[in-house]
Ligand binder design. Sequence first.
Ligand SMILES: [Zn+2]
Length: 228
Amino acid sequence: MVNRKGPGKPVVDTDASMGRLLDGVRRFHAQAFPQRRQLFRRLARAQQPETLLITCADSRVVPELFTQTEPGELFLCRNVGNLVPAYGAALGGVSAVIEYAVMALEVKNVVICGHSDCGAMKALVRPETLAGMPTVASWLRHAEAARSIVRVRYPDLDGTALVQALVEQNVLTQLDHLRTHPSVAARLAEGRLGVYGWTYEIGTGTVAMFDPTAGRFVPLETAASKSA
Ligand SMILES: [Zn+2]
């Protein structure tokens, strides 16, 4: 909030949560930035990320943390439910991010990452909770195919198991949508792009990747130990 009471008063009046953010910014400048000064100096001129990662806006999902990547490595697109509208269904921010990442930045991989306890997936299970949120309800129609698949494949699931089934199916449905984007379709046809479906488990930190051969999500820790 801007303080307009005149000279001598702080320019910005903040509450405790904003104060915490501002303290973080000060620590970043004093400690974290100097440690990566060379990296930031190089990044100031250009970026060359090799991966576009599309994930949920959820505050508990921190891709740089669970992939242990540095600034400049992940081109990120975040939205409610990690949705990718099929090409032409909604030519907006997500479509532009995909096209720019693939055509201009020439990323080598696109990862769509869902996560446990996703509020968007829970809302799909209980759409009545979206009363008063017409924009969210409208956005979630891009996950409608995932809901209909889960409904016929797992008619007996409920609670957390149902939400998790939807989290996983939604990643696969959004990968289908991703492939409808002309830039992605062309690069896939050329064999120059890999597309991957991941899930992130908040409580355990486990990342699982969809294995098309096995037809299921396999924890990466398991996959790594098998190949070792
Ligand atoms: Zn979510």
